[in-house]
Structures are given as structure tokens and as C-alpha cells.
Design a protein around this ligand. Structure first.
Ligand SMILES: Cc1cc2nc3c(=O)[nH]c(=O)nc-3n(C[C@H](O)[C@H](O)[C@H](O)COP(=O)(O)OP(=O)(O)OC[C@H]3O[C@@H](n4cnc5c(N)ncnc54)[C@H](O)[C@@H]3O)c2cc1C
Length: 472
């Protein structure tokens, strides 16, 4: 009998996993909390404002269409969008997924439970922004938000925009901003020219075919006269009720601001991202082990340390869309009962190898350096949900003598707000790590979130209802 495979996540990794599992003969359910499949990379215009040219601002839209066509055409694939998985348990018979399906807060919203033979987790990442004085002012956005607005709404988040942070993601964001009508006054990359040059100059053939994409972005910068300034960071945003200006400083190789190099830019929006944080909640709840740099640990078949649970895409390492597609294809194939030596999966195996090297180079060139805490002031908000400030955390650590995340959360409420430390968790952990090196063994981790998203008590109560369907 064919295997029943559930894929959580409908981005590049999840789409590729679902297709490859269907191709290998499995019955597949692909789940995503969004209205449509595509993930962070392929976003859609809302149906009520559909546009003739949905592919605009997208790269490789034809791959999305090909994957989507295959899944919608297959009688063995069920697509469940607007479905949020909020818990996962391991039982003696495998994993049990619990979620809700339907428009949020709609009367039609219904609890669901799924008990697959194999599970592929492809839950992606969200962008990480380091705090700086003024970063909670309206008009300061993550670069991911700017990209989402451009792709899914065709809206530029400001007229005079500064893009800053670290990583190649700043390049497509800049392109989307200028194409939706914004003037981008500069793009600031915190890493210094030497670091970036090493990345590009050492064995450029190992750029995994990304050179063409890079040339395209350089062309956009030149055509729109957008200055690209490495070795600089936004160290403060200013304004009364929204951002009106930012202070930018040169930073050293460790991202420590260099005094006397400050410069002010007048802007009405600033888009900042310093990389991505994997969405690990479901994997952690399932008991999957993580790597030292805190991604889901997988073997050659993309299987995690929990039997029957596979992982692909940004939760296993930040490598971009092409790595996500390759890993997804392998995970789906193996979850359906295939093997990594099967001929059909060899192109994906080769692509994964190349993309793995690419993502290691990305991290070496663009990874976060510890000097960023040098631009914090005591008044800077660390946790925006609870408005906990740097000074409060610093003084608490001095008073308690403990840099434990658990104890800091309880004494300052940092990380305890509505986002449950999704935004601030890694930043708080890094900051605590710099205040002292005696993190107690078995301390809390900001990745541990047994209930993944807010859920109504009614939905939990309805799980006890014998009419709630549990899909095998
Ligand atoms: C805001 C944002 C914008 C980005 N835009 C670009 C871009 O323009 N260009 C670029 O090169 N890279 C972009 N990236 C990087 C991008 O994430 C990856 O390159 C690529 O999309 C990774 O694919 P993935 O399948 O691993 O994850 P994703 O594309 O992130 O897909 C994961 C999917 O899982 C779903 N999901 C997660 N948890 C659950 C759950 N519990 N229940 C149900 N569904 C769930 C999410 O809704 C999402 O659709 C962006 C990242 C972010 C955060």
C-alpha cells in the first residue's frame, strides 16, 4: 500500500517535497497556513486585486507553476491552505499533528488531526533584525516585510528608503523597492569589503550558478544609482511619531561602531534584516535534534533524528530557494519510501551538494558578528512585545549574577509577549552570552515553543469531540 506523507510548509522546499513524494507513489497532504502555496519566495496578489502579470518581481516563477500544476493535477495530492499546525506529538505509532483549518476567526474554522506514515517539515524561516535605538518607530520595517509588500501588494513601504543589515537578501529587496517606485538612498551591508571580496573571489565557480543573479542585481543598482556601502550599519533611527532620519556608522570587522564616523540620512522608511532565523518549533516539539548552529539535524535522506520525520529548506540551513528545492525533492522522495541512490533523485542530490557549499560561504561572508551590541544604549528596547529594555536586562543580570535565559525572562518579561520570542529570542540569547559565560546547563532555549501559534480554547475542547476527524 502506498505511504501517506504529510508535508508542512508550502514554500519551495515543501512544494518540491510534495511533488517528489507524489512522483514516488505516495498519497500526499501539503499544508500551509497561508491562503496560497508558494511560501516566502513566491507570493501572490490577493484574489480581489488580481494582476495580469503575477510573475512580476519574482524569480523562477515557472518552477512554481510547474510544481503547483503537478500537485493540483494529481488525484493523490490534497492541498490544505489556511491550515495552521499548532502542535506535534510523538506517539508509539508515529507523529500526531494537531491544527486548525479555515480562515482565522471564521465560523468555518475547524480543528484537524493528522497521523501520517511519514512527515516532511518545511516550515522555513523568518528574517532576523538586530535591535538599535529607535527600531520600534513606525517606518522601520524588516527587509522581509518590504519584500512581502512589494511582491504581494505591489506597494513600496516608503518614498525615501534606506536598506540595511547583512546578506545577499538586501539585493532583491532593493530591486523590489525601486521597481515599486521607492527611491533607495543607500544599501548598507555591515560586513566589510574584504570579507565580501573573499567570498566572491575565492573559487567563483562555486557560487552555484548565482553569478548571473548577482550581475542582474548589480545592474539594477547601477541603473537606479543606488549606492552599496559595505562596512556600515544603521545605529539609530530618529523621529517623533515615525522615522524621519537614521544615523549610520562605519563598523569594524566585528560590527563594532567606529566613533566619529556617524552620518545622518533623511528617510521616511528603513528596511533592516541581518539574516534569517529558522522556524524550528514543530521540529523541536517532535524531538528532532539540532546542529551546533541550531538548524534541524538531517542525514543524507533529509531524515531528522526522529524516525519518519524529514526536514528540508531553511530549517536545515540558510541556502535560498535552490537549496530548498533540492532538499525538498530528496526529503519527499525518501519519505515516500525511496532511496538517495535512486537515479531519479540524483540531480537533486548533486544540486544539494553545490548549494551546501554556497550556504557555508554565505554564512562566512554575511553572518552576524558580536560587535552589534556596541550600538545598543540602556534605553534600547530588546523585546518589543513586552517593551523590555537593554538597561533592565543588564541591571538584572548584574543583580542576580545569572545569564540564564529562563531567569531573565521571568525577571524582566523579555521574550514572554505575543510573539513568544520569535523576534527577540536569538538577540536576547546573544546579548546574555556577552554579559557572562556561565549559562546554566539545561537552560531554556528560545526555540522551544510547544504551542506554535495562538489557539482558541474552543478549538482545543473540540479535539475531544469524537466527530473531529483524524486523518490517517
Ligand atoms: C519575509 C521573507 C521574504 C523572503 N523573500 C525572498 C526573496 O524575495 N528572495 C529570496 O531569494 N529569498 C527570500 N526569502 C528567503 C526565503 O525564505 C527562502 O529562500 C525560501 O523561501 C525558503 O524556502 P522554504 O520552503 O524553506 O521556506 P518558506 O518559503 O519560508 O516556506 C515555509 C512555509 O511554511 C509555512 N509554515 C510554517 N510553519 C507552519 C505551520 N506551523 N503550519 C502551517 N504552515 C506553516 C509558512 O506559511 C511558509 O509558507 C525570504 C524570506 C522571508 C522571511
Amino acid at each position: 500500500m502506498s505511504r501517506n506523507v504529510v508535508v508542512v510548509g508550502g514554500g519551495p522546499a515543501g512544494l518540491a517535497a510534495a511533488k517528489s513524494a507524489v512522483d514516488a507513489g505516495a498519497r500526499v497532504t501539503i499544508i500551509d497556513s497561508s491562503d496560497q502555496l508558494g511560501g516566502q519566495f513566491w507570493r501572490h496578489l490577493p484574489p480581489e486585486r488580481a494582476g495580469a502579470d503575477e510573475a512580476r518581481l519574482h524569480h523562477d516563477w515557472q518552477t512554481y507553476q510547474r510544481l503547483h500544476r503537478r500537485l493540483t493535477a494529481s488525484p493523490h495530492c490534497e492541498i490544505r491552505t489556511r491550515t495552521q499546525i499548532w502542535a506535534i506529538e510523538t506517539t508509539p505509532d508515529g507523529v500526531l499533528l494537531t491544527g486548525v483549518q479555515g480562515a482565522p476567526d471564521a465560523r468555518t474554522e475547524a480543528p484537524i488531526q493528522l497521523h501520517p506514515d511519514a512527515l516532511v517539515l518545511a516550515t522555513g524561516a523568518h528574517d532576523r533584525t538586530l535591535p538599535f535605538p529607535g527600531w520600534t518607530l513606525p517606518g522601520v520595517y524588516t527587509a522581509g516585510a518590504a519584500q512581502a509588500f512589494a511582491k504581494a501588494e505591489r506597494v513600496a513601504l516608503g518614498r525615501r528608503v534606506l536598506v540595511a543589515g547583512a546578506g545577499p537578501f538586501l539585493l532583491p529587496v532593493t530591486e523590489s523597492l525601486v521597481k515599486t517606485g521607492a527611491k533607495v538612498v543607500a544599501v548598507l551591508e555591515a560586513n566589510r569589503p574584504r570579507n565580501l571580496a573573499r567570498w566572491l573571489a575565492t573559487a567563483p565557480w562555486k557560487l552555484a550558478g548565482k553569478a548571473g543573479e548577482l550581475t542582474h542585481y548589480v545592474g539594477t543598482h547601477l541603473r537606479h544609482r543606488v549606492p552599496y556601502r559595505p562596512g556600515r550599519a544603521v545605529v539609530a533611527a530618529h523621529g517623533d511619531d515615525r522615522v524621519e532620519a537614521v544615523t549610520v556608522a562605519r563598523v569594524d570587522a566585528n560590527w563594532k561602531p567606529i566613533p566619529g564616523t556617524e552620518k545622518r540620512y533623511a528617510v521616511d522608511a528603513v528596511c533592516v534584516s541581518h539574516g534569517f532565523t529558522p522556524r524550528l518549533e514543530l521540529a523541536v516539539a517532535a524531538g528532532c535534534r539540532l546542529t551546533a548552529d541550531r538548524f534541524v539535524r538531517v542525514d543524507d535522506a533529509q531524515q531528522t533524528t526522529v524516525r519518519g520525520v524529514y526536514a528540508a529548506g531553511e530549517i536545515t540551513g540558510i541556502g535560498g530557494k535552490d537549496a530548498a528545492l533540492a532538499e525538498g525533492a530528496i526529503a519527499g522522495h525518501c519519505a515516500a519510501g525511496g532511496d538517495t541512490t535512486d537515479a531519479v533523485i540524483q540531480p537533486a542530490v548533486r544540486r544539494r551538494r553545490t548549494m551546501g557549499a554556497f550556504s557555508r560561504r554565505l554564512d562566512a561572508a554575511h553572518g552576524i558578528r558580536p560587535g552589534w551590541t556596541g550600538w545598543l544604549t540602556d534605553d534600547t528596547i530588546l523585546c518589543r512585545c513586552e517593551e523590555s529594555r537593554v538597561g533592565t536586562v543588564r541591571r538584572t543580570v548584574a543583580a542576580t549574577g545569572s545569564v540564564s535565559l529562563r531567569s531573565t525572562k521571568l525577571t524582566t518579561r523579555v521574550g514572554l509577549g505575543i510573539c513568544q520570542a520569535r523576534i527577540c529570542g536569538r538577540n536576547v540569547e546573544d546579548y546574555l552570552g556577552q554579559l557572562g559565560d556561565r549559562v546554566p546547563a539545561g537552560d531554556a532555549s528560545s526555540d522551544h515553543r510547544p504551542i506554535v501559534s495562538p489557539v482558541r480554547l474552543g478549538d482545543i475542547a473540540r479535539l475531544a469531540d469524537p466527530d473531529t476527524p483524524t486523518t490517517p
